[in-house]
Design a protein around this ligand. Structure first.
Ligand code: NAD
Length: 289
């Protein structure tokens, strides 16, 4: 039977470490890191995500600098809010919650976030820094995936890693982070022929396709590390992209859904926000702009 990777516990431990470091930061500098979550509209799932981010930031000793705009807000209204937050010294990190309502385009708004406050790691500048292997903020979900893989103790150097999904938010950056750790990386996506032939070579398999139950036993090499990023709401509750009960018979390590990658995303956001606050105290890190 595989080891079930307890993302909830690993995330809790990481948040406790961040909270202890925030307390030290406050004692040393006299101010607390501030997280500005920006929510536009009333999407119920986004409201839950933002509420959790704010609550856990508060529990870690950070300042909650949330901004809510209603669904009738224009792109210019959202841009104005982000520009003010970008200039505000109390704001260490800015997170624009996606998706935005209607036809509002997220890319130009995200790019108003200065690199040093981009705690979600999604600006073009941060993506470029990741692509070049330069210092910068990495997106939270891919960072969480890496932390879960590291928790297994499996050596990434030289390992065969397969990422299913090539989105800008998850699959793409995860593949890059695996490459930075010297894994031999393949990215599978919706045009991949014979998915099982590709994925069953993986020592480390990360699945971020957003297709519930896509991955079964035939897709997984015996003993592999399987990280399931997918989340789908079904009448039976949350499910991932991996058929857990089936794959657990083959895998060496596997993440559950819920309780795997999900909790890690917020823990990484808090870690990035603390780092952003430190950057303000040490602006010699020129890249943070
Ligand atoms: P996306 O829709 O932007 O990208 C999905 C990717 O999967 C695409 O690259 C597509 O080519 C690929 N794909 C789709 N069907 C496929 C198939 N049959 N075979 C192979 N590849 C296929 O989604 P995303 O934003 O990357 O999110 C992926 C999943 O991760 C979703 O379920 C999302 O809810 C979840 N997610 C979870 C967290 C978390 O914190 N746990 C965070 C972000 C996203």
């Amino acid at each position: 039977m595989p080891v079930i990777i307890d993302g909830a516990r690993i995330a809790r431990e990481l948040r406790a470490r961040v909270a202890a470091e925030v307390a030290e930061f406050v004692a040393e500098h006299g101010w607390a890191p501030g997280l500005a979550t920006v929510l536009v509209g009333e999407d119920p799932a986004s409201e839950v995500y933002v509420r959790n981010k704010r609550r856990l930031a508060g529990e870690a000793g950070m300042k909650d600098l949330h901004r809510h705009l209603d669904a009738s807000a224009s792109t210019d209204d959202v841009a104005d809010v982000i520009r003010v937050l970008a200039e505000d010294d109390a704001v260490s990190g800015i997170l624009l919650q996606l998706p935005l309502p209607g036809s509002m385009s997220s890319a130009s708004l995200i790019d108003l976030i200065p690199p040093g406050k981009d705690v979600d790691g999604l600006t073009t500048a941060s993506a470029g820094r990741l692509a070049r292997g330069a210092e910068g903020f990495r997106p939270c979900t891919p960072s969480g995936v890496m932390a879960l893989i590291d928790s297994t103790g499996v050596e990434l150097n030289g390992a065969v890693a397969v990422v299913v999904g090539r989105s800008e938010l998850v699959g793409g950056p995860t593949a890059r982070l695996l490459l930075d750790r010297n894994a031999t990386v393949t990215i599978a996506h919706s045009h991949t022929r014979d998915l099982a032939a590709v994925t069953s070579r993986a020592d480390v398999l990360v699945v971020a396709a957003g297709r519930a139950g896509l991955i079964g036993g035939e897709h997984v090499k015996p003993g592999a590390v399987v990280i399931d990023v997918g989340i789908a709401r079904t009448p039976d509750g949350l499910v991932g992209d991996v058929r857990f009960e089936e794959v657990r018979r083959t895998a060496g390590w596997i993440t559950p859904v819920p309780g795997g990658v999900g909790p890690m995303t917020i823990a990484m956001l808090l870690q990035n926000t603390l780092r952003a606050a430190r950057l303000r105290e040490h602006p010699d890190a020129g890249w943070a702009g």
